[in-house]
Write a protein that binds this ligand. Structure first.
Ligand code: HPA
Ligand code: ZN
Length: 330
């Protein structure tokens, strides 16, 4: 109980959060009704019951299907505002949010609609509550590099309109068989353009993908990265470079990356000196927002208050905030 109160009071940052993964079944049903989209589930309960995953792909299939109810600027706004309410309740002070335009443009939704809805909610939360945030546009790695370039080209005319929010580029979706090298040129272009760069690596994919995310894509953070532990030389490098890993404990459990939270390596990595952070990934699908993720590891791995505080500090340090803002959050 005391640990719960400590976690609830801890100011947090969230650096690994897919906005499409915050769409709760209740809102998903409401948007389906509003947009007259047929769902293959009879009820909210039936949909929630389908959230039993065996691996990353089994989740992604439902995640992309769920996103089909998002049609209008208001839909993206409503989804983002619902996330902000959860985040603020969990004392998240700053969030760097992934969004996947290709999931929507493939269905005929304009990329301008996606940007506008998400940004309107983030700006409103900043103005009304001082909620700080950024947007990280992510490429779907199961699609081609050409498709990623086309998405970048479609988004760049919006850059000026969203310069207060959009500062990063990410890489997500099906990891195995889609190594970072596939996106070498588009990431090089994004680097020239001055974006911060991150990529999912070492979630289901091997430690070699973490290495190529670092050396080929030149990312500044690794999303997940938990399989790095299989390569001791890589671990030494991650420690030496203090390369942040955005770890997502409940996600790893639900997608069977780990069999049991008591076996999660976040505590070992923290104690070895890695810059690990705690994040919620797709909280509507994985059963918990930030506090739930902290609580799960605190109880299963016997983390001390000092260690929990270190995790929260790592999150502030790993953010793309200017130094003055980081100092204010510490
Ligand atoms: N991994 C890969 N792709 C994703 C994830 C993830 O954790 N969440 C949403 N898309
Ligand atoms: Zn993710």
């Amino acid at each position: 109980a005391e640990m719960r109160a400590f976690i609830e009071a801890l100011p947090k940052t969230e650096l690994h959060l897919h906005i499409e993964g915050t769409l709760e079944p209740e809102l998903l049903f409401a948007l389906a009704q509003r947009n007259k989209v047929d769902l293959p589930y009879a009820s909210v309960e039936a949909l929630r019951a389908a959230y039993a995953f065996t691996d990353l792909q089994s989740f992604l299939d439902l995640y992309y299907a769920g996103a089909n109810v998002l049609r209008t600027e208001q839909d993206f706004y409503d989804m983002t505002m619902a996330y902000i309410d959860h985040a603020r309740a969990d004392k998240v002070r700053h969030a760097e949010i992934f969004f996947d335009p290709q999931t929507h443009t493939e269905r005929g939704i304009g990329i301008d609609v996606v940007f506008a809805g998400i940004a309107r909610a983030l700006r409103e939360a900043r103005d009304q509550h001082g909620f700080s945030s950024a947007m990280i546009m992510s490429f779907l790695r199961h699609l081609s590099e050409e498709d990623a370039f086309a998405t970048l080209d479609a988004a760049l005319p919006l850059r000026d309109l969203y310069k207060d929010l959009w500062n990063g580029i990410g890489l997500d979706s099906s990891e195995r068989g889609n190594p970072p090298e596939k996106f070498a040129r588009v990431f090089a272009r994004c680097k020239e353009l001055g974006f911060h760069l991150v990529a999912h690596a070492g979630e289901e994919g091997p430690p070699e993908y973490v290495l190529s995310a670092l050396d080929v894509l030149k990312v500044e953070r690794i999303d997940h990265g938990v399989r790095s532990e299989e390569n001791p030389a890589l671990m030494q490098r991650l420690i030496k470079e203090q390369m942040p890993l955005t770890v997502c404990p409940l996600s790893n459990l639900k997608l069977c990356v780990v069999d049991d939270m008591a076996e999660h390596n976040i505590a070992r990595m923290l104690r070895a000196g890695l810059a690990v952070t705690v994040n919620s990934d797709d909280p509507a699908y994985f059963g918990g927002y930030m506090n739930a993720n902290y609580l799960a590891i605190a109880s299963s791995l016997a983390l001390t208050r000092e260690e929990l505080l270190q995790l929260a500090r790592n999150g502030i340090n790993a953010s793309f905030l200017p130094a003055t803002d980081k100092a204010r959050l510490m």
